[in-house]
Design a protein around this ligand. Structure first.
Ligand code: ZN
Length: 439
């Protein structure tokens, strides 16, 4: 696949995946179109070698795998992992309220969002709604307004002269976006707005009543290339849909000879402990069904290798003092291997060696990230997945600026370089060649 085609596919995925549920639905659709078979966790499975399978849980996490023709399940898997969620503003259960002349929606902050960039944007709303249908059945439906629906205006500088020095933000008071103006005589009813949108997106379904929803605000502006030579990408949710997409494309391109697996988990931004999070049971439950016998499964997991892909901090030109001067990270210079002595990243020398050798085979030179020693380090799903499975793991990611902002920046070649690395990894036996000489 060429770079331009790849980025077009990424932009389309980002634009049509405003919530984890949309991301999973899109990934599932792509895989089914490429011959993968959908498996339900609620039914027994009949699996055949040489075929690909997809499992989703709660509509928010996905495991897809290929059982290689030339391997048994006991030989283990080449696994890639990423997360489907991004920091956002999530609607409260009873969001709508009237505030003077305005209609507003109450929100909670989801994950470690950088809040200032949410102001003065065209915001839309997407997620899922649970409904009672006319026949009494309950249903879960995706919804995406896909139009500028909300706005969160800043306070004018004249009313806060200190705003450029030390803006203070109260999350309860200052974050509710404006849905519009109250009209005398008109009924303000957010549920009615949802029902109208549901009817538009799901014609033919007889919706009776909204019961609950998981709805997130998002930046309506689509992903863009920018820079004098179009060498940069500015887009929402690069962390971590960029990696979900790279894993998806790599799995789609993988042959059917080797065992490969993609795990896209929800709830990473809020700690991963949930039914669809990486600190939940999903991946282990699936591996248990592939290999029910405990000893054989333990052997297979130790024969496996996991590449945990999540974005890495590029060195910011205006804040170079925040980066370790001997581990500067540049855009468009290749995937970043992430290290942390306290295991906030799972990478250690053996797993770093495997991914460096994979990159070498792909003709890619990886970069190496470590935090400044006087700053705390973030984390991702790599360490907890490694701990749960007992599988050797490396944490890598595409270089990114403005991580957790409503829009993030990466290099125009960075997503493709991550994809190329994962393609090579899925075709590789390098992890099997690792010898612990003195152990
Ligand atoms: Zn992330």
């Amino acid at each position: 696949m060429k770079l331009n085609t790849y980025n077009e596919s990424l932009f389309s995925f980002l634009a049509t995946s405003p919530s984890p549920y949309h991301a999973v639905a899109n990934m599932k659709r792509v895989l089914l179109a490429h011959g993968f078979t959908l498996l339900a966790e609620t039914a027994p499975w009949q699996l055949e070698p040489g075929r690909g399978y997809v499992v989703t849980r709660d509509g928010a996490a996905l495991v897809a795998f290929i059982l290689g023709n030339n391997e048994t399940v006991g030989d283990g898997f080449r696994m890639a992992a990423a997360h489907t969620d991004s920091p956002s503003l999530k609607l409260k259960p009873r969001p709508e309220y009237r505030n003077g002349a305005f209609r507003q929606l109450g929100v909670e902050v989801y994950g470690g969002a950088l809040l200032a960039p949410w102001f003065d944007r065209s915001l839309s709303l997407a997620g899922r709604v649970t409904c009672r249908l006319a026949d009494g059945a309950l249903g879960v439906y995706l919804i995406d307004f896909a139009r500028p629906l909300l706005v969160l205006p800043n306070l004018a500088i004249h009313l806060d002269r200190e705003a450029n020095k030390s803006a203070t933000l109260n999350q309860q008071q200052h974050l509710p976006p404006i849905l519009g103006l109250h009209e005398e005589g008109a009924e303000d009813d957010f549920a009615h707005l949802l029902l109208e949108q549901l009817a538009k997106e799901h014609p033919g379904t007889d919706f009776n009543e909204i019961l609950a929803f998981d709805l997130f605000c998002y930046d309506h502006q689509p992903p863009l290339t920018c820079g004098g030579r179009s060498e940069l990408i500015s887009a929402p949710r690069l962390d971590n849909l960029l990696s979900c997409h790279a894993g998806l494309m790599a799995l789609e391109a993988a042959g059917h000879d080797k065992n490969t697996l993609l795990f896209c988990a929800n709830h990473e931004e809020i700690g991963s402990t949930s039914t669809s999070g990486a600190n939940g049971s999903l991946l282990e439950a699936i591996l248990e069904r592939l290999l029910p016998e405990a000893e054989a499964r333990r052997i297979a997991l130790r024969r496996s290798f996991l590449v945990s892909a999540d974005n890495a901090h590029a060195t910011h030109p205006n804040h170079a003092d925040k980066a370790d001067p001997r581990h500067e990270i540049h855009l468009n210079r290749g995937p970043v291997i992430k290290y942390n002595a306290s295991q906030r990243y799972a990478t250690e020398a053996p797993s770093a060696a495997v991914i460096k050798a994979v990159c070498h085979e792909a003709g890619i030179t990886p970069q190496e990230f470590v935090m400044r020693s006087d700053l705390p380090c973030g984390s991702t799903i790599g360490p907890m997945t490694a701990a749960r499975l007992g599988t050797m793991t490396v944490d890598i990611g595409a270089a990114t600026l403005a991580m957790h902002s409503i829009r993030e920046v990466t290099g125009s070649r960075d997503p493709y370089l991550l994809f190329s690395t994962l393609c090579r990894f899925f075709a590789s036996d390098l992890h099997k060649t690792l010898v612990f000489a003195d152990q």
